[in-house]
Design a protein around this ligand. Structure first.
Ligand code: HAM
Length: 420
């Protein structure tokens, strides 16, 4: 039996991989403009980082982590997300001693044992940004804008922004009390929510069950319980977004699946994505660094699901790839032997160049050149070789010209001359 990839994982084959490269290139470019710098953290961490950082009672920690014991009996977990690792690296390398805030971005695979469906996988990839060391509402505005600018770069405009504030450890407990009192005795709540009511009542607010949603629609609203500081903070975030003419909707039931959030949380969604509709999501997490490293340092960030963005980019993947510049077609053994050196010289000079390796007919080689989207074809025949020449065919116009064997590179630099 052939071995298949594990359920919930994907192979990214060419030409889809061109699209991934293209997306990553744009992410780098947007981060350059916003002055965010790349950080790379390990794919696995000590389990405790996520248990404490994301929260023991969350679905991620309870049900979805890929956790194993290594050969030295340590509990290790494949990272389910990138925020806790970035915060860990920030603390470990004492970056708080440097000018703050630090603005990071990252890419990489994340792992969650979820039920796979369109847009939801067990290995998926995130592009994330984290700003550590500032509690300015303008930073929350900046990251939301960065994410929006990024998706708009692809001409994608069918999205909407939802925001909420979930307060701070000062004001949230009194809200939770109210919420618990309201939900107590509501036996129609689904089984999951009955459990959440005990462990994580805030999560009842975003249950997808219609019955729970009906109950929640009458529940007390968190923004009515914010302390003056949290109220001020939230209104400044909203004012900043308004100033930048960024449409958003306040959704008082928006809460997140990770426990580290404080104040502003947000999700940017698209109806084109079906049930898994969040393209990117995040928020402020002022308590996380204290939780994992005893340092009271505010932070904010988001992560974007690259598979979901890829679904939204409808254009043919082929468009995102670089075309082959030169394909070498040979006629006869002598020409084939000569092509080895010519191909090598072309590549060393910086051109993307390829050939056929199978000794096939000229017709098949030309077809192959076409399939590879080759811009030019260098045709080497034995007669021409004797005369010290080769033919260069423009694959768009079909025009052919003769080029001296020792003048190939010069001719290439002319035809691929950058546009003025
Ligand atoms: P999250 O909402 O769990 O937040 O994930 C962020 C994004 O990753 C989602 O909006 C979605 O696009 C994508 N995503 C999540 N799970 C999957 C999955 N199973 N398959 C495919 N895509 C998925 C976080 O991870 C936080 N660390 C975000 C953050 C950064 N908050 C502050 N800084």
């Amino acid at each position: 039996m052939t071995i298949k990839a594990p359920r919930g994982t994907n192979d990214i084959l060419p030409p889809a991989s061109f699209k991934w490269n293209y997306i990553e290139k744009h992410a780098h470019e947007i981060c350059r403009r916003y002055n965010y710098q790349e950080i790379r953290t390990p794919i696995f961490e000590h389990t405790e980082l996520f248990a404490r950082g994301i929260g023991e009672a969350t679905d991620i920690v309870q049900k979805e982590m890929y956790t194993f014991t290594d050969k030295s009996d340590r509990s290790i977990t494949l990272r389910p997300e990138g925020t806790a690792p970035v915060a860990r690296a920030f603390l470990e390398h004492k970056l708080y001693g440097k000018a703050l805030p630090k603005k990071f971005f990252y890419f990489g695979p994340m792992f969650r044992y979820e039920r796979p469906q369109a847009g939801r996988y067990r290995q998926f990839h995130q592009f994330g940004v984290e700003v550590i060391g500032s509690d300015a509402p303008d930073v929350d505005v900046e990251i939301i804008t960065l994410g929006i600018d990024f998706i708009e770069e692809f001409g994608f405009e069918d999205y909407y922004v939802e925001i909420n504030s979930i307060g701070c450890p000062e004001c949230r407990p009194s809200y939770l009390e109210e919420l618990k009192t309201y939900l107590a005795g509501k036996e129609e709540l689904c089984e999951n929510c009955q459990e959440r009511l005990k462990t994580n009542p805030l999560r009842v607010l975003d249950c997808k069950s219609p019955v729970c949603q009906e109950i929640v629609s009458e529940a007390p609203v968190i923004t009515d319980y914010l302390c003056p500081d949290c109220q001020e903070n939230f209104s400044q975030v909203k004012q900043g977004l308004e100033k930048l003419k960024l449409d958003f909707k306040e959704v008082p039931t928006l809460v997140r699946g990770l426990d580290y959030y404080t104040n502003t949380v947000f999700e940017v969604k698209s109806d084109e994505l079906g049930a898994q509709d969040a393209i990117f999501s995040g928020g402020r997490y002022n308590g996380l660094l204290e939780e994992i490293g005893d340092r009271d340092i505010p932070a904010t960030g988001f992560a974007l699901g690259l598979e979901r963005l890829e679904i939204l980019l409808e254009e043919a993947a082929r468009e995102f790839g670089d075309d082959l510049q030169v394909y070498i077609t040979t006629i006869g053994e002598e020409a084939e032997a000569e092509s080895l050196d010519i191909l090598h010289r072309l590549r060393q000079a910086g051109y993307s160049a390829d050939r056929d390796y199978g000794g096939r007919s000229v017709g098949s080689q030309m077809k192959d050149a076409d399939r590879k989207n080759s811009r030019y074809c260098l045709i080497i025949g034995s007669e021409e070789l004797k005369a010290g020449e080769v033919n260069l065919r423009d694959m768009k116009s079909g025009e052919e010209e003769s080029v001296p064997l020792d003048g190939i590179l010069e001719q290439m630099s002319k035809v691929f001359e950058p546009e003025p």
